[in-house]
Design a protein around this ligand. Sequence first.
Ligand code: BES
Ligand code: MN
Ligand code: MN
Length: 453
Amino acid sequence: MQAWKDYQLKNKDRFLNELLELLRIPSVSARSEHKPDMIACAEAVKQRLLEAGVDKAEIHPTAGHPIVYAEKIVDPSKPTVLVYGHYDVQPADPLELWNSGPFDPKIVDGKIFARGSCDDKGQFYMHVKALETLIQTNTLQNNIKFCIEGEEEVGSPNLATYVKANTNLLKADCVLISDTALISLDTPSLDIGLRGLSYIEVEVTGPNRDLHSGVYGGAVANPITILAKMIASLHDENNHITIPGFYADVLESSAEERTLMAEAPFNEAEYKDDLGVVELWGETGYSTNERTGIRPTLELNGIWGGYTGEGAKTVLPSKAFAKISCRLVPNQNSNKIADLLIGHLHAIAPPFVKVKATLHHGGEPYLTPMDSNAYKAAAKAIEATFGKAPVPVRGGGSIPICSLFEQELKCKVVLMGFGLDSDNLHSPNEKFDIANFYKGIETIPYFHKYFEG
Ligand code: BES
Ligand code: MN
Ligand code: MN
């Protein structure tokens, strides 16, 4: 559509500057000292939505950080698209590894460097600017609702309650989310699924207090050693997870899907080079794409205990800790896997230690059927602006609310992300290519044009 192109070209610098402004607000949901920033960010998002032309935009308080809700209803008999995104970001540390301030966005080589640039401020903001484009060019045919939350990065503890209490308000014919990646601007892709998550923390206690490692060392089991052995036993020599029953509910991908996935271009040398590793690692019998897409995993997210300060201290510690998470695939269930994992840790603990394991957040895996109207509209939109059909891929990350949206709103979720896997999400120097930002703004209006409910 020429009118869209003209409007966006004329306003592209402003679109970018507005995003930079949003990125200056340190909306870190995990840290209580950022509570005022969370409120400021929600307020800014609401204002931007109003400026873009929604009928109403509201801040809905929750037990945690507020949700921004907005809507533009053109005709209640027309299909409604619910756009979901999140204005909260991950903590920026370790700060010393950033080349510029995480909340002082800098543009280098056509890339915006800032925490949240890709995950997810830059991506949900594409939808605000796409809506503005549709309104300003008098071409909006669908109703559009926005639900932009502030707790995605801490596991959306209050969103489920909110969605359940507001199914009428949020009612839609599909949910549209840009919070994932595509392969590249040359090879567009759409995620047809995301993994779920089970996250636990384990505490292993040996002696009832820290001991002198010379006086007691050799006579009492060191909980760090024991925990390390327990953890090491969770994968076998084929890198399969050893927890009994862990794979019981895994829906094996069809040969057809595996063939389609194998068509996605993958350069192993570049992949290794980018990560600075000499060899890749993973479950025997699966390709790298399969290992991160269709297979469940178990990762250590943190491990600590004993003395970690400056210098040396000869201590035999009383306790050791670890944070462990599993990525899940259909039809695994987050609570069931957490129970299996916790039960297994108790079962394998030797009598020298006591184990205490607690659950953090979790979320269910999600699949978007390729024959759904929402997927088809997204594929057509991609084709319109990239000149080629998207490759269907499975995303390795998690957006736990997807399965809940489907269950409560009885509609499909389509994952039309414009980031790149190499955007350093949750890492230092997170970035978003300006070209991807504009490509998203260019493509989203076509989704609304093609989605017919
Ligand atoms: N946007 C990501 C999820 C994502 C990233 C999906 C890349 C696919 C590709 C999201 O903000 C996120 O980080 N989710 C968390 C889950 C949450 C429960 C903390 C995740 O995947 O670790
Ligand atoms: Mn995200
Ligand atoms: Mn994230």
